[in-house]
Ligand binder design. Structure first.
Ligand code: URA
Length: 264
């Protein structure tokens, strides 16, 4: 659609919205989406192209994420997951975040609530985020998989995603990162690393160093579930040292107290 056509459609919808209090009405959301589309350089479709970084601005990120969220919620690419999930778990937080955390997949609690990292591991992640000096709402949190990996009937716990499931779902995460354009991504655990970089390795060799995801600095650290299993101070300190590197990269001031967390 060309810009003059869009102008015409928006003007017509605004008129309907103002003059008609019965259905069909132009929803505020649709009008906002069209207005965002009009503000972008013209291309074949209505929505700006998130893979073109020039078209993404802090104020249109939410509108760009919305249609991806809708596609995810209707996704049946993994029929076994589409039929077992309560709902998809897209991601949560600030669409214009400097810092983005990527985990592996929703578990039981996330599948129920529709939000990533709300179970025990999630509560620990939230504490880590706060210790870094951020509110949970300031960062963005997503997973490689948007559906909970299915479990045999009556089985307890969660299973890791298969390589096939990750490959199928990964494009959604790629789109999210393309839009959010964080300054730093943190991969939580080996599955997140595999989803983001396609590489397998031991966490011992991967964590604590800077990697790169499509040019975005990527810090790899242990998954909070690992810290729940291994409560030693030394493992907590390792994760914290990784987060201190992240804070430094983001040029965020770090207090002496923060610097010394989890020291022996
Ligand atoms: N573990 C993850 O990797 N992601 C979640 O959302 C919850 C637990």
């Amino acid at each position: 659609m060309q810009k003059p056509d869009l102008d015409f459609v928006i003007a017509a919808l605004e008129k309907i919205r103002e003059t008609n209090d019965r259905l069909p009405r132009a929803s505020r959301n649709k009008l906002a989406q069209l207005t965002v589309a009009r503000a972008q350089p013209v291309r074949a479709g209505l929505a700006p192209d998130a893979s073109d970084r020039r078209q993404v601005t802090p104020s249109n990120k939410e509108a760009l994420l919305a249609p991806i969220r809708e596609r995810v919620s209707a996704c049946t690419k993994c029929p076994h997951l589409a039929s077992s999930r309560t709902q998809t778990v897209f991601g949560v937080g600030n669409p214009d975040a400097d810092l983005m955390f990527v985990g592996e997949a929703p578990g039981f609690d996330e599948d129920r609530h529709g939000e990533p990292f709300v179970g025990r591991a999630g509560q620990l992640l939230t504490r880590i985020i706060k210790a870094m000096g951020f509110a949970r709402e300031e960062v963005y949190i997503a997973n490689v998989l948007k559906c909970r990996p299915d479990m045999p009937a009556g089985a307890y716990g969660n299973r890791a995603p298969t390589p096939q499931e990750m490959q199928t779902c990964r494009p959604y995460l790629v789109e999210q990162i393309d839009i959010i354009q964080p300054r730093v991504v943190v991969a939580l655990g080996a599955v997140a690393v595999e989803g983001l970089l396609g590489t397998r390795g031991t966490m011992r060799e991967l964590r604590g160093r800077w990697h790169s995801y499509s040019g975005v600095p990527l810090m790899i650290t242990y998954h909070p579930a690992y810290l729940l299993r291994n409560q030693s101070l030394s493992e907590k300190r390792k994760v914290w040292e990784d987060m201190l590197q992240v804070l430094e990269r983001l040029e965020k001031p770090v207090s002496e107290k923060q610097r010394n967390y989890f020291k022996e």
